[in-house]
Write a protein that binds this ligand. Structure first.
Ligand SMILES: Cc1cc2nc3c(=O)[nH]c(=O)nc-3n(C[C@H](O)[C@H](O)[C@H](O)COP(=O)(O)OP(=O)(O)OC[C@H]3O[C@@H](n4cnc5c(N)ncnc54)[C@H](O)[C@@H]3O)c2cc1C
Length: 396
């Protein structure tokens, strides 16, 4: 038996024993944190077991609490998780964005301090990049950090900070070099949200939910040791972290868990349910059938392209090509939801009330949420700029 086959069998046995039954179906995912909330006791058990094994971050080195798996082993793990329909144990900006940036830019002390707690979901991290007036032109940001002994004192405002009102800590871009050219005066710093100098104010959205906040820093403090990547060198960290964010958003385009193809997107099953089949067992709407078939083909091609980019990229770090994935993945995910709504007819306009099932209401709300895919993590227009300059090498 090959090593990989043996690993598959061990993994399957471990998952069979450790994945609680409630976690083997779709549902909400835990975000962890100091005040972690779990919608079911099994969610907590699943997070603890996966965190202990390092499998919330399967490829991170085991010295920092990760799973220490190779890319091939991780692929096996993901396949086994998929095949038992297991839920993600932890949703976390720490895992998707901060951790990979720390692995590349942090000191050993910083890695040992922050990575193991990310693996276990001990803190809920949020992202403090955007400011009023500094979104696409992020480098124009003006939140200031000034050194005072062994701390930085931070003053300014961030906006669109997702989950800031729930987060324990924020990874933040601050201006530390007011005299430097704008990209050269920025630092990347880690700030605890639980202090008098940090306040948040939720922003209510069309979807009725309010995941966003305005975040205010009034003489907030961060220990100087929490500056990552060096003084005034934050722009390099910031850009790399954005590549990780864009890769994460690209995966939305592939349906849940980013698998190749459309198996888990629900689009085909959903359209069959609402539209029905004709006498030849084909979807009983030729026009929609062809749109869904084209979407399915594009999903497969996109999945393979993302795999190829991943394999071609040295040391597995994302590159400017993440902008291609982000651009296409966002548009593709938006189209998937458009097609779901088209399939559902009037059942796709449910907002609340007994005439619609919970699933129908959830799909309508998720459809609205997808509208933000082409804005968050850098707008589609900005991705096109990055692709033209940094991928195609076109002049400014
Ligand atoms: C769901 C969601 C979650 C988010 N979460 C966070 C978060 O947690 N933390 C955080 O810091 N931020 C977050 N953001 C903010 C996000 O990063 C910004 O919205 C985004 O970068 C765009 O900035 P802006 O909204 O200021 O738009 P602007 O920069 O004002 O852009 C407005 C329009 O002008 C276009 N435009 C601007 N400059 C150019 C250019 N050079 N070329 C062509 N077109 C251009 C844009 O494409 C856009 O259409 C989130 C946003 C969303 C939608």
């Amino acid at each position: 038996m090959s090593d990989l086959q043996a690993f598959r069998e061990e993994t399957r046995d471990w998952l069979e024993l450790n994945c609680p039954s409630e976690m083997r179906k779709p549902g909400d995912v835990a975000w962890g944190g100091r005040n972690a909330e779990f919608s079911h006791p099994d969610q907590k058990i699943w997070l603890e077991r996966m965190g202990e094994k390092g499998w919330t971050c399967p490829t991170w080195p085991s010295v920092y609490g990760g799973g220490g798996l190779s890319k091939e082993e991780n692929k096996v793990l993901q396949e086994e998780l998929n095949s038992m329909n297991a839920r993600m144990p932890l949703a976390s900006f720490g895992i998707w964005m901060l951790g990979p940036a720390l692995l590349e830019f942090a000191t050993e002390e910083q890695k040992f301090e922050h990575l193991p707690s990310i693996v276990k979901g001990e803190f809920w991290w949020c992202q403090g990049y955007s400011e009023p007036g500094s979104g696409s032109d992020l480098a124009s940001l003006s939140t200031k950090a000034v050194k005072d002994d062994d701390s930085y004192i931070i003053n300014g405002q961030k906006v669109w900070t997702s989950y800031a009102d729930k987060a324990d800590k924020i990874f933040c871009l601050v201006r530390t070099g007011p005299q430097e050219p704008k990209h050269n005066g920025i630092s990347f710093i880690l700030i605890d949200m639980d202090q008098p100098g940090v306040t948040t104010k939720p922003i209510t959205l069309i979807s009725g939910k309010s995941p966003f906040c305005e975040t205010f820093f009034d003489d907030a403090k961060a220990p100087a040791k929490d500056l990552v990547g060096g003084l005034n060198k934050g722009w390099t960290v910031a850009k790399r972290l954005l590549e990780h964010e864009r890769t994460m958003i690209s995966s939305f385009g592939l349906g849940s868990r980013g698998e190749v193809g459309d198996k888990k997107s629900g689009l085909v099953e959903l359209s069959k349910k609402y539209i029905g089949l004709d006498s030849e067992d084909k979807l009983d709407d030729a026009s929609l059938r062809s749109k869904i078939a084209r979407h399915d083909l594009n999903s497969r091609a996109f999945g393979l392209t993302m795999q190829r980019i991943g394999e071609e990229t040295k040391i597995g770090a994302p590159s400017a090509a993440s902008s291609m994935g982000k651009y296409y993945g966002s548009e593709h995910n938006k189209l998937r939801y458009e097609l779901m709504l088209e399939s559902m007819g009037t059942k796709g306009i449910g907002w609340e009330g007994d005439s619609f099932s919970i699933e129908e209401i959830a799909i309508t709300r998720d459809w609205l949420r997808t509208k933000a895919n082409s804005i968050e993590g850098g707008t589609s227009e900005v991705q096109l700029n990055v692709i033209s300059k940094r991928v195609l090498g076109l002049p400014d």
